[in-house]
Design a binder for this molecule. Structure first.
Ligand SMILES: Nc1ncnc2c1ncn2[C@@H]1O[C@H](COP(=O)(O)OP(=O)(O)OP(=O)(O)O)[C@@H](O)[C@H]1O
Ligand code: SF4
Ligand SMILES: [Mg+2]
Length: 342
């Protein structure tokens, strides 16, 4: 595989905040000792329940946060050691798309003004060429006919159209990687499929890579080359085959939770509904999933499992019992219990 565009080595992000009483501080290891490579042209999905550290990971990759520990590198150079030229190359080649396009677009700027601003700032075209450049970008994200969109303000666009503008704005800089934090969650289900398709088309056309954060395992299964599963700040499983052959009991739980009937509403439960908060906030030593794991044994309480290769594929999992549990199923009763339900 090619050299990674971005890599994390032993990266942790520790947040401190005042505790509820106002006396003293509590610390959260939002991202905890993570190693990760991101390659051009690949789609890497990051999944996990609320609070598992996905957005913090995205901010570290975008250099919006500096890590408390460890190294974030761009093309092999630690971000803090990039010189001015490398830093501006990084700023162009690694772009972001956020969850809510209506808040990431300026409500007082038309589409032409929004995209024109980026063109001028990065000298992408002369003023004579600007309009043709913008029309081309709009066409490339499926806004057709593009002339119709030039004079529109964000409130005159649907959510899907707004997200296409946000993607066009990122793509104008010809990035190598786009980090998209929950890009689908504010969109209707039918529009989500179109935006996913657009991302796939862009990848095929331009070889741009995506890091897509999502609660929707079904959507990620359809586009991801690799998927990283986060739990309490750690990557507990990463690989191409995690949907068919999950090696970590938490991955299995997330997959099974999609299929549990919801007794209150009588419909298929989504992963978002399954994202119950961890029952205890701190587990000293041992596996941090053990209080919810139906397969926990003595060693799980004593030694923290490392992320390591499992089987003959490229899957890695942080579970002492990964080999024997790969592909194992969770009973419905066990899944309900792990979700904190009777
Ligand atoms: N600025 C901050 N200050 C203090 N704690 C923070 C801050 N940002 C995040 N956290 C905490 O860090 C942990 C990870 O948060 P993060 O937003 O990365 O999770 P997430 O996986 O993106 O969750 P969600 O799916 O809800 O978006 C959480 O416990 C959160 O409360
Ligand atoms: S290490 Fe033990 S507790 Fe942790 S996921 Fe594996 S079996 Fe469960
Ligand atoms: Mg988040």
């Amino acid at each position: 595989m090619s050299r990674p565009v971005l890599s994390l080595q032993g990266v942790s992000q520790i947040y401190s905040s005042r505790n509820a009483s106002g006396w003293g501080w509590t610390t959260v290891r939002a991202v905890d000792d993570v190693d990760l490579d991101v390659h051009e042209g690949e789609t890497l999905a990051v999944v996990g329940e609320s609070g598992s550290g996905k957005s913090t990971l995205a901010k570290l990759l975008l250099m919006l946060n500096l890590p408390t520990e460890g190294t974030v590198a761009y093309r092999g150079v630690a971000l803090k050691e990039l010189d001015g030229a490398q830093r501006s190359e990084f700023r162009r080649q690694v772009q972001a798309v956020f969850q809510d396009p209506s808040s990431s677009l300026n409500p007082r700027m038309t589409v032409e003004q929004t995209l024109g601003y980026v063109i001028r700032r990065h000298s992408l075209a002369t003023s004579a060429e600007q309009r043709a450049f913008i029309l081309k970008q709009l066409g490339s994200v499926g806004l057709d006919p593009p002339e119709q969109y030039l004079g529109r303000y964000p409130h005159q666009l649907s959510g899907g159209q707004q997200q296409r503008i946000a993607i066009a704005r990122a793509m104008m800089l010809e990035p190598k990687i786009i980090i998209a934090d929950e890009p689908l969650s504010s969109l209707d289900v039918s529009i989500q499929a179109q935006v996913l398709q657009l991302m796939q088309d862009l990848r095929v056309r331009t070889n741009v890579g995506f890091v897509v954060i999502s609660h929707d395992l079904g959507a990620m299964q359809s586009i991801a080359d690799r998927t990283a599963v986060m739990y309490r700040g750690r990557i507990v499983e990463i690989g191409a085959d995690i949907y068919d052959k999950p090696a970590h009991p938490y991955t299995r739980l997330l997959l099974d939770a999609r299929l549990l009937p919801d007794p209150r509403r009588g419909r298929i439960r989504s992963m978002a509904a399954a994202a119950s908060p961890p029952r205890s906030t701190a587990l000293e030593g041992g596996c941090r999933f053990r209080d919810r794991c139906p397969h926990a044994i003595q060693i799980c309480a004593e030694t923290e499992p490392k992320l390591r290769p499992v089987g003959i594929g490229a899957t890695k999992a942080a579970c002492h019992r990964a080999e024997e549990l790969t592909g194992a199923t969770t009973t419905e009763k066990q899944a309900h219990a792990a979700l904190g339900e009777k």
